[in-house]
Design a protein around this ligand. Structure first.
Ligand SMILES: [Zn+2]
Length: 332
């Protein structure tokens, strides 16, 4: 057993307090390999942004839990070496059982999500409460994110064909009875790179798909009911057309890709939304650059030369998000 404090990590309580009052959101970037982690830490150190490193159950299986734990510890030391002691959280994304959350808490995670949103309301309350009681009873308080409302789309093991928006009248009761530290809500974001079907969208002059706007009315209603309480948005990639076009130019096929416009995420970040999850954009950036290198340099077989440019692009992407979308730059 290991506590996250031994790894140099922090939980989210103070970070969320500052983010809510400062009108910005913390980046929650998923990682499962070395290059992604390097890019995240480099970007967040350069922009002086706190960061939440997210690991899904699938990523934990892929990368091995012992390696992940030590990579997070290494990330703290790497940030110090780069010259800025940024706060780093290690967070379980979409924990689906008490056992998984417990296991993560006992192996160095400083924060976990328990996603009971696919169960009935009462079952969601009971499961979330059980995880909160375990996490908060630790000597080193571990923070817990719950979820109300269902997002559409596919993300690792999480998938749902239909979304339903969070019902504002449930949030106050849920937060009070479960004791969660933050709440993920559904206001029209969606997992994956095809966030909406073309028939749900309009098209601009260039034929690009424009998604339906986020439901800010629901967000405002929730904020009224639980003022200042930390809100989380999942599925918040913008799916930049440049990356989709680059992937397709070099042989990929990503038809009907559509994301959440960055201006809408910026607007959300200024509210009680204090954690925004971005995964698909990083996947697209990496895939685009890997395809480009392999196509332009077919003789290349050194993985560093193939993954290095992808890593550099990822770093650029994350810096841009911190500065222009989340507003988390210069908050350390
Ligand atoms: Zn999610």
């Amino acid at each position: 057993m290991v506590s996250y404090t031994e790894l140099g990590l922090v939980h989210t309580v103070d970070l969320f307090k500052k983010a809510v009052s400062g009108g910005y959101a913390l980046p929650a970037y998923n990682f499962n390999n070395l290059e992604q982690l390097q890019a995240i830490i480099q970007a967040c150190v350069e922009t002086k942004s706190p960061v939440i490193l997210q690991v899904s159950a699938g990523a934990r299986k892929y990368a091995n839990q012992n390696l992940l734990k030590n990579m997070a510890k290494g990330a703290v030391e790497y940030a110090n070496e780069l010259g800025c002691n940024i706060p780093i959280v290690l967070h379980l994304d979409h924990g689906d059982s008490f056992e998984l959350c417990k296991d993560c808490i006992e192996t160095g995670f400083s924060s976990v999500m328990i996603d009971g949103s696919h169960y009935s309301y009462e079952e969601n309350v009971a499961l979330t409460k059980k995880v909160v009681e375990f996490a908060h009873s630790r000597k080193d308080y571990v923070t817990v994110e719950g979820e109300l409302g269902v997002l559409a789309g596919v993300e690792d093991d999480v998938s749902s064909e239909h979304s339903h928006y969070t019902q504002p009248e449930e949030v106050e009761d849920f937060v009070k009875r479960t004791g969660v530290d933050s709440l993920a809500i559904s206001i029209g974001t969606s997992h994956g790179r095809t966030k909406f079907k073309p028939e749900q969208c309009t098209r601009d002059a260039n034929g690009l798909l424009i998604p339906p706007p986020l439901r800010f009315d629901i967000l405002e209603e929730i904020e009224k009911r639980i003022p200042g309480f930390p809100i989380v948005l999942h599925g918040s990639s913008s799916v930049p057309a440049e990356y989709v076009q680059l992937v397709e130019k070099y042989g990929g096929k990503l038809s009907d890709s559509v994301g959440i416009p960055e201006e809408q995420l910026r607007r959300a970040a200024k509210s009680a939304v204090c954690k925004i999850n971005i995964d698909s954009d990083g996947r697209l950036a990496m895939t685009a650059l890997i395809r480009k290198v392999l196509t332009e340099h077919p003789e290349e077989f050194d993985p560093r030369k193939i993954l290095g440019p992808a890593r550099d692009e990822l770093k650029k992407l994350y810096s841009h998000k911190n500065i222009n979308v989340l507003g988390s730059a210069n908050r350390v």
